[in-house]
Design a protein around this ligand. Structure first.
Ligand SMILES: Cc1cc2nc3c(=O)[nH]c(=O)nc-3n(C[C@H](O)[C@H](O)[C@H](O)COP(=O)(O)OP(=O)(O)OC[C@H]3O[C@@H](n4cnc5c(N)ncnc54)[C@H](O)[C@@H]3O)c2cc1C
Length: 388
């Protein structure tokens, strides 16, 4: 009895204090040779030790949460629930430009920016959707642009104010002020499926199923150690204690303009952003509207505004239309609490929703906090360690 135990301890120390799970694997392997009954018990132990995670949401927030959890805890079992196909989520359409509306969210934006830098250096953009783009934001309201500078001017590359000469030379109907910067854009339709593939390679399961509330998973037949609520617009309903989430309707046109290489904004609502094979042109920001049908009024309004900004778009070919509902909230919700389920087991619940118009800018950063919450819990302390 003592020999196999000491032998495992020796192996475990040799491999650098790997996880307790691995320690048990070593122990089990030894016992398989010597005593089959003990090995079954120990395999069962190992099974019971695996952290089981449920994530409600398969959009950019749910998927980045799964990705960071699996990178940090490679032995975890992760299931992501979604009530609709990815093509019907808000995360499918955006060009995902890095831009930040709220100063208070800077920390998460900075962490995402650092992640995008690593991804962009390592993988081709047609695989990940993550690429560098430069461009301009114009406005007659200087304070709005100063706000942008405060929020992310020192995170992005090449942030600067254009001179009057540059503004007049660049734009046919210029606004008074204009900023320029270079940053990453993480195109939803490529970035989220790429992350999903990484998660599935690490064992994640995607299941299409409507979850009515966090309690459904909490007290369900399947037992989970950690539940992450990343249900976007339905995040408040699923939490059961939050009616502050509100929809902000957006509309985008996908156009063919391969010669257009810069993002071009006026006042955050009228814009184009280059994507891998097309350009996204938008938009509207209609608070408290969640209707998805695109009307002639939308088309007229958006095109008229954009053509004033860039008249040479007059004859570009429209290859697609898309509308999405930004899941907004006075401030995004990133919180944890622990509760006992009906079996008397502790369950760590984490809310991660309400990212509004900045889900791509903030997603990776907030997912790192999800990991931090797990690390601080009893489940994180039991699981193996890996680098993010
Ligand atoms: C026009 C437009 C342009 C944008 N541009 C940018 C940009 O350039 N940069 C940027 O950072 N952000 C941008 N955004 C914002 C970004 O798209 C959102 O912040 C982001 O997609 C929100 O992601 P999410 O995962 O929270 O929500 P979603 O993508 O909506 O995903 C929610 C998930 O929850 C699941 N779900 C919901 N209810 C249930 C339920 N009851 N049971 C099970 N599953 C459920 C859904 O199936 C889905 O998988 C833009 C948005 C729009 C509309």
């Amino acid at each position: 009895m003592l020999f196999p135990f000491l032998h495992c301890l020796q192996l475990w120390l040799f491999f650098g204090f790997l996880s307790p799970s691995l320690f048990i694997i070593y122990l089990t392997t030894i016992f398989i040779v010597g005593n089959k009954r003990y090995s079954v018990i120990l395999i069962l132990d190992l099974f019971l030790m695996t952290m089981k995670v449920a994530i409600i949401g398969q959009g950019v927030i749910g998927t980045t949460s799964a990705y960071t959890i699996l990178k940090r805890f490679p032995g975890a079992s992760v299931i992501l629930f979604g009530d609709r196909p990815f093509e019907k989520t808000c995360s499918v359409g955006p060009a995902g430009l890095f831009r930040l509306d709220k100063f208070e969210n800077r920390r998460w934006a900075k962490a995402s920016f650092d992640f995008f830098a690593e991804v962009e250096k390592t993988y081709p953009a047609d695989e990940t959707g993550v690429k560098l783009v430069s461009g301009h934001i114009q406005s007659d309201n200087k304070e709005n642009l100063e706000g942008q500078e405060r929020n992310y001017g020192d995170i992005v590359y090449n942030f600067r104010w254009l001179t009057e000469r540059e503004i007049k030379a660049l734009f046919p109907e210029p606004s008074k002020y204009c900023i320029h910067y270079t940053a990453y854009a993480s195109e939803g339709r490529r970035y989220v499926p790429w992350l999903r593939k990484q998660c599935e390679d690490l064992g994640a399961k995607y299941i299409q199923k409507t979850i009515s509330s966090i309690n459904e998973l909490f007290d369900g037949d399947q037992s989970f150690n950690v539940i992450v609520n990343a249900a976007g617009l339905n995040g408040g309903k699923i939490a059961g204690d939050d009616d502050s989430v509100f929809p902000v309707r957006g509309v985008g046109f996908e156009v063919e303009a391969p010669w257009h290489k810069h993002f071009n904004y006026r006042d955050f609502t009228t814009f184009t952003i280059p994507m891998t094979n097309s350009v996204l042109l938008g938009s509207v920001k209609q608070a408290n509207r969640d209707d998805l049908e695109i009307t002639d009024e939308d088309r007229k309004d958006i095109w008229e505004r954009y053509l004033k900004l860039q008249p040479n778009f007059k004859n570009v070919k429209i290859i697609g239309e898309w509308s999405g509902i930004r899941p907004d909230r006075p401030s995004l919700r990133l919180e944890k609490f622990t509760k006992k389920n009906k079996r008397g087991e502790n369950v760590l619940c984490i809310h991660n929703y309400g990212h509004g118009g900045n889900g791509f800018t903030l997603g990776y950063g907030t997912a790192l906090d999800v990991v931090k919450f797990i690390e601080e819990s009893e489940f994180g302390r039991n699981e193996g360690k890996s680098k993010l």
